[in-house]
Design a protein around this ligand. Structure first.
Ligand code: FES
Length: 84
């Protein structure tokens, strides 16, 4: 079972699931904030909307398309989005 770090918290995820699923299962919501300060989260779940963006191992990715891997470091865009 892959073990990842979500916002500094170690979690175990099911193999074959996405980073988005791991974030949601951990209750980490919202994923980010809009420029206007509104909370944002996954919308389409299939890679079209980009609302599920987060930083995985230093790169901004669409988490609904990103499979979990052992050792990943995942951080939401909460602080970065507010500074945009
Ligand atoms: S939820 Fe829409 S791109 Fe991931």
């Amino acid at each position: 079972m892959p073990e990842l770090t979500l916002e500094g918290m170690r979690v175990t995820a099911r193999p074959g699931t996405t980073v988005l699923a791991a974030l949601q299962n951990a209750g980490l919501s919202p994923l980010r904030f809009s420029l206007g300060g509104e909370s944002r989260g996954a919308l389409c779940g299939m890679g079209s909307c980009a609302e599920c963006r987060a930083v995985v191992d230093g790169l901004t990715v669409r988490t609904c398309l990103t499979p979990v891997r052992d050792g990943q470091d995942v951080r939401r865009l909460l602080e970065v989005s507010r500074e945009d």
